[in-house]
Design a protein around this ligand. Structure first.
Ligand SMILES: NC(=O)C1=CN([C@@H]2O[C@H](COP(=O)(O)OP(=O)(O)OC[C@H]3O[C@@H](n4cnc5c(N)ncnc54)[C@H](O)[C@@H]3O)[C@@H](O)[C@H]2O)[C@@H](O)CC1
Ligand SMILES: [K+]
Length: 459
């Protein structure tokens, strides 16, 4: 059982393919189910505090896992009961049911236990739960001290993170073999509680991963202000937003941050202010140009945006600048570009789609040729080559003005240090998330920008 950080994220189809490969190499569905069920039982025994257990089993292989777990718990001396939504279908699940020698109650009649194990539906869910299942599930989760979902909470769509109908929240979810998008994407992620990956003896790989602590070198004896990373932030109509991004870049560890479009010195004096002259972006030491926070969406702001697009410097584009662009225009730019849209900006730029957030971010990255940071309570970072990084579990207090500007600045700092674009985007998202976690509640964006230094200090 291990945390999600850095682990592959797989769809149901990818997971089935990995399982199929394991089967071709000599395993079987029954053997995998046996492995899973026993591993689930071991975790439930450890975290269940010796309390009695009720295992809810569905008709598919998720239910099969449940029967194996129940039998293993019983063998370990735990008081365990089983209730089923319908009889098992499929050879392995039928065999697993046969391995359980106790009674099988109906969901409607089952009384709660102190520990509830939800093995009703996993990756095979294809529609909302019937009320005859949803209502007892809710009642039994409410009546339990601890609820544990096997693979995903029943009622969530594993690939998209959609919640099909009202589904109760679990305390713990045991992701089998690998994380699924639903463990990170909202609204499903909120219903998963603490997610741990359970090794099931199947090798999985994917070009999507869960965000992990970045590798971001600290200054050394050879460091000076320019080789630590030089960030140029373009100021627009609302100077405060660009100022937040610039402050964030400094506290994320950039060596030299210049605010372009301003000239009067003012605090903080570490922030260099210069006018946005025609050659302002020509300095080859600039490791990242940040444009968009507070830029303004009026036609007058097209000029600085054109200048930034024409420059050969790595570019981070956020906020208003995204409203003045098309994916084709960004793709035509070439070079390194990172886009950081929230949902509204994303829809305006790429169109409102109905795929999963992961699919939409990937499609946007392909179309624009840019790394796309599709931010929100869950953030998906996608690269044009198909790689993706998912970050869940954001501090809800980030939903306040200016925090997006801070993220843009943090990503700018990472990019300016020479990191590849996908890594830089992920490093900025990680730092931003960690700073917010440290601040706790009701912080403001100015504090978040400063708190980046504490998160940076952890690296
Ligand atoms: N494929 C494998 O080799 C393994 C799969 N494992 C488990 O198998 C799960 C996937 O198994 P399945 O593909 O059998 O799928 P599920 O066990 O998730 O359930 C699918 C079954 O439920 C029905 N169903 C779907 N939505 C329903 C709804 N709302 N109401 C009523 N019935 C509904 C489907 O028609 C199907 O019969 C994984 O999540 C995992 O727990 C593990 O046992 C390890 C091995
Ligand atoms: K489940």
């Amino acid at each position: 059982m291990s945390p999600l950080d850095g682990r592959p994220v797989v769809t149901a189809a990818q997971m089935r393919a990995a399982e199929q490969l394991a089967i071709e190499r000599g395993s079987s569905v029954a053997a995998l189910m046996d492995h899973v069920g026993r591993a689930v039982a071991e975790v439930v025994r450890r975290i269940g505090g010796g309390g009695d257990v009720l295992v809810l089993c569905g008709s598919g292989n998720n239910g099969g896992d449940g029967y194996v777990a129940a039998a293993a718990l019983k063998a370990a001396g735990i008081a365990v009961r089983v209730a089923a939504s319908s009889p098992p279908r499929g050879e392995a699940a039928i065999a697993a049911r046969a391995g359980w020698d106790g009674a099988v109650e109906t969901l409607a009649d089952a009384a709660p236990a102190s520990v509830l194990v939800d093995a009703l539906f996993g990756t095979g869910l294809n529609r909302a739960l019937d009320d005859a299942v949803a209502a007892p599930l809710r009642r039994l989760v409410e009546g339990a001290r601890l609820s544990v979902a096997v693979d995903v909470p029943s009622g969530v769509q594993a690939d998209t993170g959609e919640v099909l109908g009202p589904v109760p929240a679990m305390a713990v979810t045991l992701a089998l073999g690998a994380a699924k998008p639903a463990h990170l994407l909202q609204p499903a992620a909120r219903l998963c509680g603490t997610v741990r990956v359970l090794d099931i003896g199947v090798t999985v790989d994917s070009d999507a991963r869960v965000i992990a602590r970045p590798t971001w070198t600290r200054p050394g004896p050879d460091s000076h202000k320019f080789n630590r990373g030089m960030v140029a932030v373009v100021r627009g109509r609302m100077a405060g937003a660009a100022h937040l991004a610039a402050t964030a870049a400094m506290h994320a560890g950039a060596g030299y941050v210049v605010l372009l479009g301003a000239s009067m010195p003012e605090a903080p004096y570490a922030l260099v202010r210069k006018p946005l002259t025609d050659d302002a972006l020509d300095d080859p030491r600039i490791g990242a140009v940040v444009i968009g926070p507070g830029l303004g969406r009026d036609e007058g702001m097209r000029e600085p945006l054109d200048q930034a697009l024409a420059s050969d410097r790595p570019l981070v584009i956020d906020g208003d600048a995204l409203r003045l662009l098309t994916p084709e225009r960004i793709a035509a730019r070439g070079g390194t570009t990172i886009l950081t849209p929230h949902a509204g900006e994303f829809d305006a730029l790429f169109g409102a789609g109905d795929g999963s957030k992961l699919d939409r971010a990937r499609d946007a990255a392909t179309r624009s040729g840019a790394v796309v940071v599709f931010k929100g309570p869950d953030t998906v970072i996608a690269a044009p080559d198909g790689r993706a990084i998912l970050a869940g579990d954001a501090n809800d207090w980030l939903s306040t003005a200016g925090t997006g500007d801070v993220l843009t600045g943090a990503i700018g700092a990472a990019l300016s240090s020479g990191m590849p674009a996908l890594d830089a985007a992920a490093a900025g998202v990680w730092l931003h998330g960690e700073a917010a976690r440290r601040l706790g509640a009701a912080f403001i964006a100015d504090e978040l920008a400063v708190a980046l230094k504490h998160a940076r200090g952890m690296l």
